[in-house]
Write a protein that binds this ligand. Structure first.
Ligand code: FAQ
Length: 334
């Protein structure tokens, strides 16, 4: 058993900075055989760091990602839409929690990850630094943002790291519901009055390019892809996933009678791909550098929420301590 053999030699995550070539070879062979790596298995320090970074970034995205939609909760057009949107946002919070838990199995604490987010050290998905200006944005987020997230995350269910892969199974099921609810909003609006259709088109115009950027830089500029693919953390490259997303989405826009805001978009008969026009990577870089339209708002809102929730966490901890002391007293008295 590889797991046992690896663990016998190096049971402690702290020791994995010593890169024993035999262990490294066995580790890669395990991956090549499509065997999962589990929390207690030996792993190269760089594999651990890559996963800590990616899973934490993913968790932060789910948590920060609640804000653009939360903005419309009080203004949902019907009670039914409000209930659906609320459930969706709560799902995103849940995804953040599974993902923080998955990252914790790699030896990083929730507090450390939170501190990295609150101090601006950690990244979260660029898409959440854009504003939500009309109700149709709720449709566009579900359709495009959750749609892009599913395209990226279904392969993560086969990620080589077990706790991440398993967390992704439920996340993907829920994202699938999110995508459908978004497309349902878009359908209603695109097939509604002229004003509603214009709102749907406006939401598509603003959300399209940021959604395309969610997949990350072109493969040629992606610093982590090659290694992450060799480790089977990533199963497809950024560009491959982006292309799959565009191919899936163009017919959906056509069905809605909406126009994708890309004058250069064209179908290549030979490859069967919808080829996009040039992506504005300067905009992407600006957003990653903290200069997107809502970076400051998203971070300050999160910082405020954490500060204002301090008393709740203190009260919960005090209550738990009281319950535990009572249980101990009862045991001693018995
Ligand atoms: N935004 O070498 P690569 C969701 C960074 S969840 C910000 O290609 P990698 C659900 C990257 O970190 C959405 N930063 O990196 C929802 C790296 O920075 P570093 C989140 C980005 O990791 C829906 C640098 O650029 N999903 O939407 C972005 O191999 C609705 C070089 O890039 C995940 O996190 C970006 N878009 O590939 C919630 C999925 N792209 O560390 C609420 C898991 C790249 O060198 C409402 N993550 N960067 O400073 C992944 O699959 C990967 O991490 C990628 C990036 C594909 C995002």
């Amino acid at each position: 058993m590889y797991t046992q053999a690896l663990n016998d030699k190096d049971p402690s995550p702290a020791e994995d900075t010593i890169e024993d070539p035999v262990l490294a070879e066995r580790f890669q062979s395990r991956i090549d055989q499509e065997l999962r790596i589990e929390a207690n298995d030996w792993m190269p320090a760089a594999y651990r760091r890559t996963l800590q970074r990616q899973i934490a970034q993913h968790a932060h995205s789910e948590v920060i990602g609640m804000q653009p939609e939360g903005n419309w909760l009080t203004r949902a057009p019907t009670l039914k839409r409000k209930a659906i949107l609320l459930a969706k946002i709560q799902d995103e919070a849940g995804h953040g929690l599974y993902l923080y838990s998955a990252a914790e199995t790699l030896g990083i604490s929730r507090e450390e990850m939170e501190s990295q987010l609150l101090t601006g050290k950690a990244r979260y998905s660029s898409i959440f630094n854009y504003p939500t200006l009309n109700w149709a944005d709720m449709g566009a987020i579900g359709w495009l943002v959750d749609g892009a997230a599913i395209m990226n995350q279904v392969p993560l269910c086969r990620c080589s790291y077990g706790p991440y892969a398993r967390a992704m199974v439920r996340v993907c099921k829920e994202e699938s519901f999110h995508q459908r609810q978004g497309y349902d909003i878009m359908t209603q609006m695109a097939k509604g009055t002229a004003a509603q259709k214009a709102m749907a088109q406006d939401a598509l115009n603003r959300t399209w390019w940021p959604s395309i950027m969610m997949f990350g830089p072109h493969d040629s500029d992606s610093s982590h892809s090659e290694q992450s693919m060799a480790w089977k953390i990533k199963r497809f490259s950024n560009d491959d996933l982006r292309q799959k997303f565009i191919n899936a989405t163009v017919p959906q826009a056509e069905y809605l009678g909406l126009t994708i805001p890309d004058p250069d978009l064209k179908f290549n008969e030979e490859t069967g791909n919808w080829e996009s026009g040039p992506i504005d990577w300067d905009e992407f870089k600006q957003v990653l550098a903290g200069n997107g339209p809502c970076n400051h708002l998203r971070l300050s809102t999160r910082q405020r929420a954490v500060a204002e929730g301090e008393w709740v966490r203190e009260a919960a901890a005090a209550h738990a301590a009281k319950q535990s002391a009572r249980a101990t007293n009862k045991e001693e008295a018995a």
